[in-house]
Write a protein that binds this ligand. Structure first.
Ligand SMILES: C[S@@+](CC[C@H](N)C(=O)[O-])C[C@H]1O[C@@H](n2cnc3c(N)ncnc32)[C@H](O)[C@@H]1O
Length: 179
C-alpha cells in the first residue's frame, strides 16, 4: 500500500499501524529521530536505515542508536543522489529486502522532488508499504480525478515495473526476488 499524509501526528500514527516487529524499514528524512524512535519500538526485531542530509541529525541519531535495542543505522546523505540509493540498496539486499519505506523530506517540500524520490526509491527497493508525508501530493491526490483506474497494492507503482530503477543499479544486478 502507498499512503500519503501531511499532518506529522497522522504520519506517526500510520507508521505505528503499518510496521511489524521484524520489518526492515528505510526512513528518508529522519531529522532528529523522533519518528525513528517510534519505528524502532514497533520493529524490535527488525532493522532500520535512517537517512538525512541535515547537520542536526548526526548527534541525535547517535544518541538514539545508543538508547534503542533495535538495529538502527544512520546514513548522512542526500536522498536525491544516486550513490545514496546505491549504498542503501546494497545494504537492504543483504537484509532480505525492504518492508517499509517512509519518506518525509518536510511536509511542504516540493511535491515534484518528493514524488521523484518516491518513484526511484520505491521502484528499486520494492517495499510492501510506503508512507509519504507531503502536502502537495495529498492535495493532488484529492483534487485530481479520472475515469481510468490503474492501481497498486504494493508500496511501489506496479504498473511501472522496474522503470524507476536507475540504469546503473539495474546493471549491478544486486537484487533478490524481493528487491
Ligand atoms: C520535517 S523533517 C523530518 C521529520 C521526521 N520525519 C520526523 O518525523 O521527526 C524533514 C527532513 O528531511 C531532510 N531532507 C530534506 N531533503 C533531503 C534530501 N534531499 N536528502 C536527505 N534528507 C533530506 C531535512 O534535512 C529534514 O531533516
Amino acid at each position: 500500500m502507498i499512503k500519503i499524509v501531511y499532518d506529522i501526528k497522522v504520519y506517526r500514527e500510520v507508521l505505528k499501524n503499518i510496521i511489524n516487529k521484524d520489518d526492515v524499514v528505510v526512513e528518508l528524512g529522519c531529522h532528529m529521530g523522533n519518528s525513528t524512535r517510534i519505528i524502532a519500538q514497533k520493529a524490535p526485531h527488525g532493522k532500520i536505515i535512517a537517512l538525512d542530509k541535515g547537520s542536526q541529525s548526526e548527534k541525535k541519531m547517535k544518541e538514539l542508536i545508543e538508547d534503542e535495542t533495535t538495529s538502527i543505522e544512520f546514513i548522512k546523505g542526500d536522498v536525491r543522489l544516486h550513490e545514496t540509493l546505491e549504498e542503501v540498496a546494497k545494504k537492504v539486499n543483504q537484509m532480505g529486502g525492504c518492508d517499509v519505506l517512509s519518506i518525509d523530506l518536510g511536509g511542504g517540500y516540493h511535491p515534484d522532488t518528493t514524488f521523484k524520490v518516491f518513484f526511484i526509491w520505491s521502484s528499486t527497493l520494492k517495499p510492501r508499504e510506503t508512507i509519504i508525508r507531503n502536502r502537495g501530493l495529498l492535495d493532488f491526490l484529492h483534487s485530481a480525478s479520472s475515469s481510468e483506474i490503474i492501481t497498486s497494492n504494493k508500496g511501489w507503482l506496479e504498473s511501472c515495473g522496474d522503470d524507476g530503477i536507475p540504469t546503473r543499479l539495474k546493471e549491478l544486478k544486486l537484487w533478490s526476488s524481493k528487491l
